[in-house]
Design a protein around this ligand. Structure first.
Ligand SMILES: [Zn+2]
Length: 317
């Protein structure tokens, strides 16, 4: 079972305790179902629990019988076709929600969802009939599909009007449909919670936490590798400088504090500044300061190449 169908199964088990919410959910289910018209139309529903919920909605809210036929055709095998037989029955359904069926464009009639509780129930109905959510393991994406632009725009307004959460849905066109979608994991989690898919929301949250922890661990280990490289290149420069000092003037020429740091570095090329500060019982910036003075001192002695060519010159004399 997919993440989306798990969420839908969970939602189909919810009982609407208030009459206002029951009606609002039925409105969402029917309005976005492709059957909400005086014309004889049918919709294909892949989820049997959702298909049953739609037929129940027609019966409960409008006293109308909705036909549900299992599809045997290869293309839709396992899905159900839903239709409302009889124009009178279809008129009864649309008028019970304040529609005439003769509207130029289908829109959400806001008087069917006056209370906040009803908005959540309505959105549950809409999600069940035309929504889907991608497995959060893959990506964060929740969408609704409708062939009607105004219905898509009204749905955006309903989502933006939700007081319990902050939704910023986007609209896109796909073939002959309009897609209203949420992309942000927090918004998807809030939406699933709002409509009652609490287990779905929790699963999404856990996956998100797991992903974040995993990414953080990865970032830390990448960072440590980078730091290690830095330590190594800094250490090799320091060792070159110490070797130069040793060759040219001898380490005994160094002041006591610098000689101590130089010997420690020479014998421990991989040692970090932190470990050196512990060994020398001085602060890290103290270690850094000593190592910098060693580098500066070596610079005053010139590079090893100069030394070699200088000796060469000497040999000629
Ligand atoms: Zn209500």
């Amino acid at each position: 079972m997919s993440f989306a169908s798990d969420c839908k199964e969970e939602l189909c088990k919810i009982e609407n305790k208030r009459a206002c919410c029951l009606k609002a959910e039925c409105y969402g289910l029917l309005l976005f179902s492709k059957c909400f018209s005086l014309r004889d139309a049918q919709m294909i529903c892949e989820n049997s629990a959702v298909a049953r919920r739609i037929t129940e909605a027609a019966a409960v809210s409008a006293g109308v019988y909705a036909e549900m036929r299992a599809q045997l055709h290869r293309k839709n095998a396992g899905a159900y076709a839903i239709a409302i037989p009889g124009e009178d029955a279809r008129r009864q359904m649309v008028t019970s929600f304040g529609h005439t069926g003769r509207e130029i464009s289908l829109r959400i009639r806001m008087e069917n969802l006056l209370k906040d509780c009803c908005t959540a129930a309505f959105l549950r109905g809409v999600f069940l009939v035309c929504g889907t959510v991608t497995d959060p393991q893959k990506e964060y994406h929740l969408e609704f599909v409708t062939p009607y632009l105004h219905l898509a725009e009204d749905l955006v307004a309903v989502l933006q009007g939700v007081k319990a959460a902050q939704f910023s849905p986007s609209v896109a066109r796909r073939k002959n449909s309009y897609i209203v979608y949420l992309k942000e994991s927090g918004a998807i989690e809030d939406f699933l919670t709002l409509i009652g898919a609490v287990n779905g929301a929790m699963e999404l949250m856990q996956i998100k936490m797991y992903k974040e922890t995993y990414n953080n661990l990865n970032r830390v280990s990448n960072c440590e590798t980078a730091n290690l490289d830095k330590t190594f290149s800094a250490a090799s420069r320091q060792i070159a400088a110490i070797a130069l000092i040793s060759d040219k003037v001898g380490l005994d020429e160094l002041p006591e504090d610098l000689r101590e740091a130089a010997l420690l570095r020479l014998h421990n090329p991989e040692m970090s500044l932190r470990e050196m500060s512990e060994r020398l019982s001085i602060s890290r910036s103290g270690v850094n300061h000593r190592l910098r003075r060693i580098l500066e001192y070596a610079e005053t002695l010139g590079s090893p190449e100069e030394e070699i060519s200088a000796q060469h010159e000497k040999g000629k004399e």
